[in-house]
Design a protein around this ligand. Sequence first.
Ligand code: AMP
Length: 467
Amino acid sequence: MVVKAAHCVASDLWKVQREKCSKLLCPPARFPDSIRAMNLLVIGSGGREHALVWKLAQSPHATRIWCAPGNAGIAQERTRKTSQAVECVNLGAEDLPGLLAFAQERKIDLTIVGPDNPLALGIVDFFQKHGLKIWGVNQRAAQFESSKVFSQKFMEKYGIPTAAAGTFADAAAAKQFCASLGGRCVVKADGLALGKGVLICANQAEAESAVADIMVGKAFGAAGARVVIQEFLEGVEVSLHALCDGRTAKIFPTSQDHKRALDGDRGLNTGGMGTYSPTPFLSDAQLADTTKRILEPFMRGCVAEGIDYRGLLYPGVMLTKTGPKVLEFNARFGDPETQVYLTRLENDLVELLDASASGTLAKHELRWKPAASVCVVMASGGYPGNYAKGKIISGLDAAGKLPNTKVFHAGTALKDGQIVTNGGRVLGVTALGKDLRAAQVAAYAAVQNIHFDGAQFRRDIAAKALS
Ligand code: AMP
C-alpha cells in the first residue's frame, strides 16, 4: 500500500515561512518499502517539463528519471527516495526512433510526454506498438490540438459551447464569412503554427488580409491550407486542465495565463509570461457548471467517435456574458500553467499519470493545497522577437533558498560551469502563498534575486485578480 507523504495545510504555511526550508513545496518524505520502483523518462525541455520532473521526483515510485533533452535546471533535480540525479539525454523531443531505443535500453516503466509536437507525430501510438507504457494522448486524440478544423467540427457536433464559426479551404468563401461577421473576427490556421497561427481582426480589411496571408501567401505553410474563422468573443480568458483516462476526466482548479509580452496585456503574443491559480473569475460552482457544459460532452463525444482520450485536456475558455465558450483545445499540460498546478498538487504525480494511462483514474481523488500559486516568467530581452542566448544567470541559489519558492528552468543551459540563457522564456519563478497576494509578493521577491543581461518580465502577474 502506498503511504502518502505528510503534507502541510494552510495554517502551517506561515510557520514554515520562518524556517529556511520549503516544507509546503516538498513535504517530509515517509516511504514504505513496498512501493513499486519505476524508471521514468520525461520528454521535453521547457518549464513545463521541469515542473513535471520536479513533481515526479518527489514520488516514492521514482527510482530513476531521465529527461530528453531537458535543461540545466532539470539536471539539478534528484529523486527523493533514491537520491539519484536526474539525467538529461541528448535526444530531441521529435526523435521518435531514438527515444524508443533509449526507453527500451533503460527499461523505462513510464514515459511522460510534455510538448504537443511528439504527440501530433504519434509518439504514443509508436511506443504502445512496441509494448511500452507512455503517458500522453495518442495521434487521433492529439488532433484536438493539431487541427483547429477537427476541434471546431467536434465542438459543434457534440454541443460544446464555442464561438460561432466556419471552416474553409477556399479563400473567397472565407472572406465572405468574415464579412458576415462584420469583419470583427479571428482567423485561425488549421494546423500547428508554433502558436502564431491565430490572427485577431478588427475589421473586414484586416480579415481579408489575414485570410490572404494564411491561405494564399502560406504564412504558416501547410498549416494554413484550411482555416477556422470565429466570431470575436469578449470576456475574461481562463485556462482549464483536466486529466483524462478515456472515460473519466478529473478537472483541476482554475488558472489564468498572461499571453502578451508587456504589462497591462499589451505587446505581442507570447508562449505565456506568467500564471496564477486559482483565479477568482470562476467560482467553484461556475467551475462545476463549466465542467458539465464542456468536459462531459467532450468525453461523451470522444467515446462516440472511438477516440481513446488518455492524457491532459487543456481547453482555453472565454468567460462571456452568455457563459463559458471554448476558444481552443490543447492536448497537453499548459506552460506555464503546469508550474502553478504542480506546486499546488498534493497527489503523487507518478500514480496519477500511471492511472491516466491505465484507465483507472476513477479510483483517484485530486487533492490540492489550499494555498495560491503565482509563476512569473523571466524571458530574454527581445522575446518573442529575436533575442541573444548565452547570458550568464546569477542569483539562482539565493532565489531557490527562499521559502515556498521554486525556480523552474525553461531556456537554460550549462556552459563552462555556469548556467546561461538558452531560449526565449528562461525561467518560471514560482511561489506559493496563503492567498494570491502573498504568493505574488513571494514570487516577485524571488525574481529580485535573479539577474541576466536583458532580462524582461511582466510586473503585473496576478494583478487582475487582485484589483
Ligand atoms: P487559440 O490558439 O485559438 O487559443 O488563440 C490564441 C489566443 O487568441 C487566445 O488565447 C485568445 O486570446 C485569442 N482568441 C482566440 N480565439 C478567439 C475568439 N474567438 N475571440 C477572441 N479572442 C480569441
